[in-house]
Design a protein around this ligand. Structure first.
Ligand code: TRP
Ligand code: SF4
Length: 438
């Protein structure tokens, strides 16, 4: 039997969540095709996705694609928030266009911050850390929701195809929920979809890497993107591939344009039935659907459509707090903040909940439980890049060779290196920051 350091009890819980919500598994079959896959992908921390195949295809065919993610400035930035930036940096190295939203409207609407407070926190806490972590603001579009007219316009316009019942079903809004809060998921949809406007690079696959708590927003954005499409490409009941026009104006012109595009894609044997607003493609297979759909999306803007492709997403597990509960800004002892001093971090690590046994003797005899250990999680998520090194910690812990005291010290030392380096880079970043904000 092989020891598998990536599996743990919490992983099982996420698998259940994933299946319940119809999220696809982010399996090795997907990430092994990526160049130098990032540790968070290799280790199952990123455990689920929707529509990642579109992204993989764009990477493999060297076609343009974009990344959009966002963070709400609502407290100090901790290791949990760092994961999104780690992922973004990796995807940037693969050639993605990067967009990062500062969700100040959301912080205003849902957390009671003023826009000024949100800005202050965003600049000094979040953006300073993004840059210190390696994000080059000149190579990405970093923006505030409240100052992005196109995002806000989209939020408003896209709202046309969502109704109140859907919002209540998705978010549990009530009669007393304030309107800015109700509007903020639409602003997030504006964030996610605006990158496909012509001005921002046009229609292309877009990946939104997030924690799994963001899935309702992803579903909303995918639904809204689909609802605004003029064409629908699907498998029909008699197992053919059909292109359908979803609207009632310019039907003939839309069918003409689709026919032309399909021929350009080398599909022959097209059967058009104008009354059904349909074209059946006898020579197409199910695997051709994404390609056909993308080509058709691209002609929609000339018919006053958006042609937005459904955004893809990946979901990472949350790092557990050092106390064993959720890592949260509101419980400082649970979290390692990026602005903690090495001494503060060390103290938290030395007090962390581990998978160690009650006594040294017992641990020597029956081993520790790295799967239930917050210190091991720090190694797995953040501190150890080399898979063999991680595996060897896992094994020597299980065998009772490694004791928690030494292990915590190791983690504290690695954390100290990381935090010191980050502190230096952050100081530099803060000095340059103003010039980047546009
Ligand atoms: N809602 C996210 C949060 O709570 C922030 C966010 C805003 C976001 N816009 C986004 C995340 C777009 C992903 C994509 O942190
Ligand atoms: Fe965790 Fe290390 Fe203790 Fe094992 S030895 S339980 S990995 S702290």
């Amino acid at each position: 039997m092989k020891i598998d350091p990536w599996s743990s009890t919490t992983y099982q819980d996420y698998a259940r969540l994933r299946d319940e919500f119809g999220i696809q598994e982010f399996s090795e079959d997907l990430w092994k095709h990526l160049p130098h896959p990032h540790r968070l992908l290799r280790r199952g921390v990123v455990f689920g996705h929707r529509g990642f195949e579109l992204i993989l295809n764009a990477i493999q065919k060297k076609r343009p694609w974009a990344i959009l993610t966002g963070l709400m400035p609502s407290g100090r930035m901790h290791l949990g928030h760092k994961m999104v930036i780690d992922e973004v940096l990796y995807y940037q190295s693969l050639g993605a266009d990067i967009f990062i939203a500062v969700a100040d409207i959301e912080a205003f609407a849902t957390r009671g911050f003023t826009l000024e407070e949100a800005k202050e926190l965003a600049v000094n806490e979040y953006i300073a850390n993004y840059i210190a972590l390696g994000l080059d603001p000149k190579q990405c579009h970093l923006y505030f929701q409240s100052r992005h007219q196109d995002v806000k316009d989209l939020a408003f316009l896209l709202g046309k195809k969502v109704n109140w019942s859907q919002m209540v079903a998705t978010y549990g809004f009530e009669g007393t929920t304030n309107m800015a809060h109700i509007f903020s998921p639409l602003v997030q949809t504006g964030d996610i979809l605006h990158v496909q406007l012509e001005k921002y690079g046009g229609i292309r696959p877009t990946l939104v890497p997030v924690g799994v708590d963001q899935d309702p927003h992803i579903r909303l954005s995918r639904d809204i993107a689909q609802a605004h499409r003029l064409y629908n490409v699907t498998v029909t009941k008699d197992n053919k591939i059909g292109v359908f026009v979803k609207v009632d104006t310019q039907v003939k012109e839309l069918l003409d344009a689709a026919e032309k595009t399909l021929k350009k894609l080398q599909f022959t044997d097209l059967k058009r039935i104008t009354d059904y607003k349909a074209i059946y493609i006898n020579t197409a297979k199910e695997a051709d659907i994404p390609g056909i759909d993308e080509a058709l999306a691209c002609i929609e803007p000339s018919f006053h459509g958006y042609g937005f492709l459904q955004p893809s997403s990946t979901y990472h597990r949350f790092i557990t707090g050092l106390t064993g509960e959720k890592m949260s800004s509101s419980k400082p002892e649970s979290a390692i903040f990026l602005t903690d001093t090495p001494q503060e971090a060390k103290k938290k690590i030395m007090n962390a909940k581990t998978g160690g046994a009650a006594t040294l003797d017992e641990q020597k005899k029956s081993g520790g439980k790295p799967d239930d250990c917050m210190v091991y999680e720090l190694f797995l998520y953040h501190l150890i890049e080399d898979d063999d090194e991680l595996q060897s910690i896992y094994e020597s812990c299980k065998k009772g060779e490694l004791m928690c005291g030494a292990c915590k010290k190791h983690a504290a030392e690695e954390m100290e290196k990381f935090l010191r380096d980050l502190q230096q880079k952050r100081t530099k970043a803060l000095n340059q920051i103003q010039e980047y904000l546009h």
